[in-house]
Design a protein around this ligand. Sequence first.
Ligand code: FES
Ligand SMILES: [Fe+2]
Length: 356
Amino acid sequence: MLKGFWYRALPADRVHRNQLYKAMLLETPLVIGRDPAGHPFALRDACPHRGMPLHCGRFDGEQLECSYHGWKFDVHNGQCQLIPSLTSDQKLRVDRIYAGSYPCQEQDGFIWVYVPEPAPPGAGVTKPASAPDAAPQVEKFSEKYKLAYLTADMPVSVDHGIIGLMDPAHGPFVHQAWWWRSRHSIHEKQKNFEPIPNGFRMSAHTPSSNSVPYKLLRLYTAADSVTTTIDFVLPNLRSEIIRAGKYWFSSLTTVTPITRNQCRIDVVAAWNIFGWVPFGTELLKFVFGKFVEQDRRTMELQAEGLKHNPHLMLIDDADRPAKWYFQLKAAHVEARRTGQEMKHPMASQVTLRWRS
Ligand code: FES
Ligand SMILES: [Fe+2]
């Protein structure tokens, strides 16, 4: 589980003003909320006094009051504002005490939290870390667009979640549907991959012609060409962009580590196509929902097989993206350790071939 990155914590439409919510990221319990102006915040869900979960406390719109001894904290930086038990001659520096606070942003329908590295040291005196950059965005190519999200819990580690997402060979077996493809439509494929900062890209290509949605897309947009580009970037970002003339469809999928053996897949999509389809958004959610549910069900079963630590293997070429993922992760950790620039595992463009 890589620290020092932004992670999606909760769908924004589930977080209402002046209320407190529990969330878990990288085995760290958080309390998340929104102030009266709508700005989100995230604190470690443990009071720095004696560990009471802060989500049990009271939030008046400005400060969060712990339910055990009434210590009050500023929700945006975690700084302690009041310790009710102190008498007027007791000189404890209340303002030096902090409940762990995390950088927090709302972006494309999700509340994102920056999980800093290293973990805050001593409890209670750690000032909030700041994030080096803004939370990732879904790429958009026009002023007007629609946006929707899907989310699903997976009972496997983040690594299995991610390599499951980039795995090209499971499609015909897991994602069968008449409007998509069947196991009889398996054929040989060849795709080019290139290194990009912190990740790799499946170079722009024309999507496979044997699925109904892509045929429709070509028909409807009357575009000369439909191209797809898929990027994977550490720690957990998969973006897919489909462009057909002035029309586009773009998604940013993340696999978020919740605990060691649990992750969550969140897909956020934006598009300016399908405006003419009645219930376009619902239809799209239905289609994506089917895919994600098929993956979730598969990983649920896989988790059973993984319980007793079997030996596993990755094969060429179908599992090469998974190998790159592990190599990227190792290179990233090594770069953090040495303070040197990250050594990218891919030297140049690579062509992979597989049947799916
Ligand atoms: S545990 Fe929170 S105030 Fe004591
Ligand atoms: Fe899948």
